[in-house]
Design a protein. Structure first.
Length: 137
């Protein structure tokens, strides 16, 4: 058992420093080590697997977006249907093809999205051309 620290709680033991961000004893298929920039065949790059990037890949497709608005006295949940115009880190823009009306929906309210066709999900592994890679949160 570790040494006792202040107020009788065990004192934290620091983890040993590691280089390259790899996890000891963990390797990926082909002998690759996980860490910054590691790619797993058939999976999205870690930096590009955010919902906004997946929605950007499907720009121009008809989507049904399910959203929940807590503490709303008029409606708690709402369904939006439209063409994906744009997607950012914190928002989604849909347009109704019949009326031209556009909806700016904050991502915080988004529950899930459905499509009536196949979803684009394969990124080029060369860094996700045209996609924004944000630092980890």
């Amino acid at each position: 058992m570790g040494q006792m620290g202040q107020a009788g709680f065990p004192q934290a033991t620091p983890f040993p420093a590691q280089s390259g961000g790899a996890m000891p004893g963990v390797s990926l298929p082909g002998g690759a080590m996980p860490g910054a920039g590691a790619q797993v065949p058939g999976m999205l790059p870690i930096e590009a697997s955010y919902i906004e990037n997946i929605l950007r890949l499907n720009k121009g497709k008809l989507a049904t977006v399910y959203a929940t608005f807590e503490n709303n006295t008029e409606w708690n949940a709402k369904i939006f249907q439209g063409i994906i115009e744009a997607a950012g880190r914190d928002h989604l823009i849909l347009s109704d093809p019949q009326t031209g009306k556009r909806v700016l929906l904050p991502m915080i309210y988004l529950d899930y999205v459905t499509f009536d066709e196949e979803i684009e999900y394969d990124y080029p592994f060369g860094g996700g051309a045209g996609l924004t890679a944000y630092p980890p949160r």
